[in-house]
Design a protein around this ligand. Sequence first.
Ligand code: F6R
Length: 606
Amino acid sequence: MCGIVGYVGERECADVLVDGLKKLEYRGYDSAGIAVFENGKIVVEKSKGKLQDLVDKMAKEKKPEGHCGIGHTRWATHGEPSDINSHPHGNKRVSIVHNGIIENYKEIKDFLLDQGYGFESETDTETVAKLLDYYYNGNPIETIGKVIDKVNGSYALGILFRDFPGVLYAVRKDSPLIIGVGENENFIASDVPAILKYTNKYILLEKNEIATIKEDSVLITNEEGKVIEKEINEADWTMDAAEKGGYEHFMLKEINEQPNAIKTTITPRIQDGMPYLEESGLTKEMLKSFRRIYIVACGTAMHAGLVGKYVIEKLARVEVTVDIASEFRYRNPLITKDDLVILISQSGETADTYAALKLAKERGATTASVVNVKGSTIARESDIVIYTHAGPEISVASTKAYSVQLSIMYLLAFELAYVKGEISEERCRKLTQALVEIPEKLEEVLKLKERCQFIASRLINSESLLYIGRGLDYALSMEGSLKLKEISYIHSESYAAGELKHGTISLVTEDMPVIAVATQSDLLEKTVSNIKEVKSRGAKVTMICTEDVDIEKDIANHLVKIPKIYDELTPLLVAIPMQYIAYYTAVLKGCDVDQPRNLAKSVTVE
Ligand code: F6R
């Protein structure tokens, strides 16, 4: 939800800002803008639309020239996407970029209107810019301190004061912000990939710490101006990881990165052939002691949690409740201090998941997060963090992050089942070994590309689609359906196959393709019956099953066969044809695969 960058150094600032914003466009792409000090004045350029529209505009008109500035890519919340509502906001004296939401902006606006201020945009951000101007007393740190005392909500701000050319100010609360530390140049950014081209060293800014950033220094203070010593971190993500690397889209690249992402995620968590989550702080004693497990997340991450529920309950016989974070936080859940609450989040910044974490902590539960972005808010604030090692996921539609989240769910289920005495050591070893072999199997499944491309070509003219499955296959269907609709804009629903005849089957006609997942041997016959029910009503069925299944001819119109592995683990393989089908459907329809309309990758607002 909005990305911000800032630069001070010897390079041409506008170029560095545009470079950084390119890496942050996944956070929002409704508009883009930059503000740069040019001959002591703050010069602003902004434009509705994607970053490329701003680049084209600057090529046609004028690119601000200078060595210190801020930039923004927007996911609109307050005010439609338009030139006027684009960031930076401010006036001749102050200019800001903002990621987050200012909850009391109306109150601030009314106050400032009374003081004679005028407003151009409908944004909450402009009120902060004008409030900075109102409190400005010649001392930026004091001014920022006064403003953050008055604003409620979430923010990461990059700020320029006309009186301090060559100095970049930054502050954050509940929205991410890092400070990139280079040689005679420094940066701010919402996320590490935005600075990787220039440096892999960064500082994590904590709540309400104020950064004063010059070409050759970074000073962090609190609101009273007291200096705070900060640690400099080194990112282990490389710049290549945030590039397309020859693929047409990030999504396709990320689909193909799954074998390696899983390998890198599970290897450190397996010792002597057995799952080992202790390195993350989740000890065997703790695992044994939990009364109940909650898994809370949003979207795809929640779907990974659903797979976790099936597998943990099946193997470890521990009750697991999976919740959508935006529901969980307002439903007064029955969590106690004896429960484990697992938060799953690729970004580690999702506002609802973060709120769920805070609630779980208030109730005294143990909190464990499964997060991909190092040092993100959810990771930092949970009791235990299990990092997934997928590398940066740039495409808005999540693929490799989902697979690595699944792999952690498996390790957790195996270890829990073993420490609880529900499975023998031998079974635990076998399951763990099967997980270790998954990356190899995935390489085989990745070869199903053409098959899935063909199936996609049969879907592009549909208005609506149905995904069905039972048990783990139902959990997978939900993810397949979400992936397809979010990037191809074809409406789709996922349904528990056995539930169809309680209403939804009335939608089935020959115009509605059905994708049926049937990989669970104990449920195969039942799912096949459901497939027959929809097929006899005209639906064109694609069936995803394991290669050993001997299917009567004509059961399905199209078959996708995956290697036979333990039933529990098939979601890891099925994910790929699901992702491919969604991807190629979107490509064939000419959709913007990596940046689907109305979406942003990191949802830092409620
Ligand atoms: C869909 C997708 C989203 C995210 C969701 C949670 O492809 O990516 O549904 O899974 O917004 O995001 P994180 O995992 O960052 O909390």
